[in-house]
Design a protein around this ligand. Structure first.
Ligand code: PNW
Length: 487
């Protein structure tokens, strides 16, 4: 129905790279070992244990801090080109600042990176994936403009230690999740609940922090090591629930708030936040009795700093939402009210184990073409895409979701999308933030009850391995059994 059902086999380009992803809080465990200090997620889930769907927090998680050799074995089994993982700020800088650099923390990542390189697996390092040192949260965290410099100092330490070994860098994962869910909302750390205010303060600071880190690498290391530095943005697709002009316009504004707010400053011709978003927040602020906008302004210098500050666009894509307008204006500010829409799913889109995630594979095709049109054919890497199930080894729904996604992605590549790589979320089951381990995203299942946190390949692991080997999607292919081994 969406054009990729013409039966033609499309191959991944020869230089297309395959990887898998995790993040530090979600897999490492060892939350207070060897000098690591408390992160905002440690604090948040220790303080609110009832908020975790199954009560399991990241204190131990997959215990990758001790099991990292097994993790590399799995990467070899899959045959991936690279591994995307994140570094924990409070593990290497327990006070948040560079006065106290934890040698043991650096050693852990150094050993791990060497283990990857030994087997020719390229590290793709996310410098920040949600786990701010609690000590910096006590100073206001990302709502404080000083956080831009705190992050820059942290990024310098990380680059200095690993720039010679790491070809791919992601400064920050999903500013919208950090800010809209963590500072606007209350369900994610640090849970500030200042929607329409704190979220916007955070967004400006996170974007500037990214740009500072990018510029530092550009100046100090680009010539020497020629690595690529990007940022990962959550980019779900959105379509109008019913095709009429009003919903179409609402959908465009929704895209500007969820995609453009983060992409425009870096990739648009003139930089800055989208004018549609600036206009809407100013309008709503005025309606609420505030002469000035709740959305902070980017100065000409800041606009310049941000513009072009990425070698690739990291696309985290999971699903598609349907949008319709609601035109109530509330007296109390919120980003939801600024956007002014309701979102839903098409009832026939298959459900995953996560309420926010339905299968609508055509979304990646439309998203890629939209990004090409709006932002002049940016270089992209899909830095996350995945599917959640219950604890089950025969994960047919994940296999289906992956195959459909690849078919739509390959069609987008054929139609001009410059996608250089794909990263499955996730290598293995892990702690899904507030969802605990009730939602499983892994190609490998993790037995959290066992002392060893035993990892077992799922059907999807074998299918992914096969796709990496053959470089196209074989519709009916099934393995004879669920064994996987290193070849
Ligand atoms: C990502 N949505 O977050 C995160 O980067 C990962 O750490 C996380 O484990 C993974 O998705 C699976 O949850 C998202 O609502 C959270 O569309 C929510 C959405 C997308 C991504």
């Amino acid at each position: 129905a969406h054009g990729y059902s013409d039966g033609r086999i499309r191959r991944f380009p020869d230089d297309f790279l395959f990887g898998v992803s995790t993040s530090a809080y979600q897999v490492e465990g060892a939350w207070d070992l060897d000098g690591k200090s408390e992160s905002v997620w440690d604090r948040f889930l220790h303080k609110n244990p009832d908020m975790i769907a199954d009560g399991r927090n990241g204190d131990i998680a997959c215990d990758s801090y001790h099991n990292y050799k097994r993790d590399v074995e799995m990467l070899r089994e899959l045959g991936v080109d690279y591994y995307r993982f994140s570094i924990s700020w409070p593990r290497i800088m327990p006070d948040g600042f560079s006065n106290n650099i934890n040698k043991k923390g650096l050693e852990y990542y150094d050993k791990f990176i060497d283990e990857l390189l030994k087997y020719n697996i390229k590290p793709m390092v996310t410098i920040y994936h949600f786990d701010l040192p609690q000590k910096l949260q006590d100073l206001g965290g990302w709502a404080n403009p000083l956080c831009v410099h705190w992050f820059e100092d942290y990024a310098k330490v990380v680059f200095k230690a690993f720039a010679h070994k790491v070809p791919y860098w992601i400064t920050i994962n999903q500013p919208n999740f950090i800010c809209v869910d963590g500072y606007g909302g209350k369900a994610n750390a640090p849970g500030i609940g200042s929607s329409g205010i704190g979220d916007y303060m955070c967004i400006k600071n996170v974007m500037l922090a990214h740009a500072k880190a990018y510029r530092f690498y550009e100046t100090e290391y680009k010539d020497k090591f020629n690595g690529s530095v990007g940022i990962s943005l959550a980019m779900n697709w959105a379509d109008p629930v019913i095709n009429n002009t009003e919903n179409y316009q609402a959908t465009e504004l929704y895209r500007d708030f969820t995609i453009g707010l983060y992409v425009n400053p870096i990739w648009s011709k003139h930089g800055d936040f989208p004018s549609t978003v600036k206009d809407r927040v100013l309008q709503r602020s005025r309606d609420q009795g505030y002469m000035q906008s709740r959305l902070p302004v980017l100065s000409p210098e800041e606009i310049k700093l941000l513009k072009g500050s990425a070698d690739f666009m990291g696309v985290n894509h999971y699903t598609t939402f349907l949008v319709k307008t609601t035109d109530k204006v509330h007296s109390i500010p919120s980003i939801e009210n600024d956007i002014g829409v309701e979102v839903s799913f098409r009832p026939e889109w298959k459900k995953s184990q996560s309420s926010w995630l339905r299968s609508a594979p055509y979304g990646i095709y439309k998203l890629c073409l939209y990004l090409n049109k709006e932002y002049d054919y940016p270089a992209m890497i899909v830095t996350e895409h995945g599917w959640s199930t219950k604890k089950v080894l025969k994960d047919g729904s994940r296999v289906r979701n992956m195959r459909e996604f690849f078919k739509a992605l390959l069609l987008a590549v054929e139609d001009g999308a410059r996608v250089k790589g794909y990263t499955a979320w996730s290598l293995m089951d892990n702690v899904e933030w507030g969802a605990g381990t009730s939602e499983r995203f892994g190609l490998y299942e993790v037995d959290f009850e066992s002392k060893e946190k035993t990892r077992t390949a799922r059907l999807s692991a074998l299918v992914y391995k096969r796709i990496i080997e053959r470089r196209f999607v074989e519709e009916g292919w099934k393995p004879d059994n669920l064994n996987i081994s290193i070849i």
